[in-house]
Design a binder for this molecule. Structure first.
Ligand SMILES: [Zn+2]
Length: 87
């Protein structure tokens, strides 16, 4: 029925207080810090779950806008994710 367009995954249907944001999958890290996850990087208690842009695994918990210029290497699927997800 839907003709071949890219699938846009909605993240709007999560439960009450926890938001989920998919990180931006990138090809290869340039410069900057690279961390690996999981285990989940807990920058902040119960705020936003940042997930791998490819496989959806939760990689980091942080506040909205707390983390910038960071790359996270998903140990599940091997994808590098950028925390800069500005529209
Ligand atoms: Zn992944």
């Amino acid at each position: 029925m839907f003709g071949g367009a890219d699938v846009c995954v909605s993240v709007g249907d999560v439960m009450a207080e926890r938001r989920k944001i998919a990180l931006r999958a990138i090809k290869a890290p340039g410069v900057g810090s690279v961390l690996s996850a999981p285990p989940i990087l807990e920058a902040s208690g119960h705020t936003v779950d940042y997930t791998c842009g490819r496989c959806g695994t939760i990689l980091m918990r942080a506040e909205l806008d707390q983390v910038h210029n960071l790359l996270i290497h998903c140990t599940r699927c091997g994808t590098y994710n950028s925390t800069d997800v500005e529209g």
